[in-house]
Unconditional design. Sequence first.
Length: 345
Amino acid sequence: MRIHDFNQRLTQLGANPRHLGRIRRAWLKGSPLDDGRKAQQAETFLPRRVREGLPEVQRELDALAQVHAHHPAADGSARLLVKLNDGQMIESVLLPRDGLCVSTQVGCAVGCVFCMTGRSGLLRQVSSGEIVAQVALARRMRPVKKVVFMGMGEPAHNLDNVLEAIELLGTDGGIGHKNLVFSTVGDMRVFERLPTQRVKPALALSLHTTDAALREKLLPKAPRIAPARLVELGEDYARRVGHPIQYQWTLLEGINDNQVELDGLLRLLSGKYAVLNLIPYNSLDGDDYRRPTGERIVHMVRYLHSRGILTKVRNSAGQDIEGGCGQLRARAQAEQIIDTRALRR
């Protein structure tokens, strides 16, 4: 279900724009669809056909995203393995300070070498309804005031659905535009379309290295945009919308934690409207990558910060439960395979 389908379904039941707005706001709050102000009850506000049709619409919406597994972590976050209506699994993360990370695809086609999600390839897109349903689901558990599109998938490869979801979340969803964060490896369509939208989200760009050749190895199927050009495009967007760019940098020991990269960052980001997020690598099963030592990370932050680059360390939420992006889904798939084999014996 896309958001357009949801609106059309209610319109066919006789809902006008005022009815639609009220029902959408109730859904996005995680409340029953007939929820509203005490002074304006559904019985006197919504047409009878709409009221009679809401239970079935509610069942369809609830089926879009259901919690399959819930993994709370010591840092106050919680990783959710979410089951979609067709049985596919995605991940959402309840973040500290009322944030939520949502998935935009089942799998991913970019194939970043340090990401578990990329190992499965792209299985299918997540609809705009399924994206918003992750927010509605999370709001039944706790407040959500910020949504980051940093879960499974590359949002630029599902642009229409993601922009539809952002439009609804930034209007009826009541989320400030700068608190909607669109994360991407870089795609020219993003820089062409985001500035034209009614709701203009903040932008997070996956940089990871200042070396173009190395970036092609780390992000093998990302668009061939040189790091310097990516920063130029990001800076233009940041100045137009008034939100600083968040540059994402997954820290890989011996690969992008050296002095050459630090000096490259100074060249690229000095004077830019930007924040650099250093993300210590969350180890995967059977890989050769490691995160740098704590001492090395502290040195990098101090070196960059003292030279005018606003730098923060962003540990992936839920690392104590090995909940890196894609890992919950991968474990669930492995368990399903084991169960299936056991039944055959």
